[in-house]
Ligand binder design. Structure first.
Ligand SMILES: Cc1cc2nc3c(=O)[nH]c(=O)nc-3n(C[C@H](O)[C@H](O)[C@H](O)COP(=O)(O)O)c2cc1C
Length: 166
């Protein structure tokens, strides 16, 4: 699939080990024609190479709300949360917006922006009622939660986004 030249994918990156490999997802999304804007949770900043991702995307990695005097960033045409942590998934489902990443997520479903969530959550946490309830509630809001990503999670997340646009 090739996007038109100005479509912006917000890639919300959480504090999971897999965040170190998110540059590969950026490259795959760029190959499809997306402009990629990285939005990191504050905790995720310790897991990623900010300078390298800024070089790759040509845009600043954002992790905090803008100041009221700062210009509004371009609106997202789509959002992928990858890797999505237990913490962020549960906060997203509850409607908490206390970080910029969660603020983006809080508004997206209501704006009709497709959101794909790619959980990286171990068996102990994914067995919790809180997590299962969050997945159900997010899906009820139209959020696409990929629980069976297999060996190619980045490709799977992009494929799921493709379904949202088909
Ligand atoms: C090395 C390391 C790896 C982690 N990997 C994961 C993970 O794969 N999934 C997860 O849900 N939490 C993981 N965590 C825990 C999260 O970092 C922690 O819950 C954090 O509060 C998540 O913040 P965020 O959701 O705002 O990014 C990991 C923590 C560390 C130190």
């Amino acid at each position: 699939m090739n996007r038109s030249s100005d479509e912006v994918l917000y890639l919300v990156v959480c504090a999971a080990g897999a965040a170190a490999d998110v540059g590969r997802l950026v490259a795959l999304a760029q190959d499809e024609g997306w402009i990629v804007q990285i939005v990191a949770t504050p905790s995720a900043l310790d897991f990623i190479d900010v300078a390298e991702l800024e070089r790759q995307t040509g845009r600043p990695v954002r992790s905090r709300y803008r100041k009221p005097s700062e210009p509004k960033p371009p609106r997202a045409d789509a959002v992928i949360v990858a890797p999505a942590t237990y913490n962020t998934i549960n906060k997203f489902a509850l409607g908490i917006a206390d970080t910029y990443a969660l603020g983006v997520l809080a508004e997206a479903p209501g704006l009709g922006i497709p959101v794909v969530v790619l959980p990286f959550v171990n068996e102990a946490l994914s067995a919790r009622t809180a997590f299962r309830r969050s997945v159900e509630e997010l899906r009820a809001d139209g959020v696409r939660v990929v629980l069976d990503a297999g060996d190619s999670p980045w490709e799977r997340a992009l494929a799921e986004l493709g379904v949202a646009f088909s």
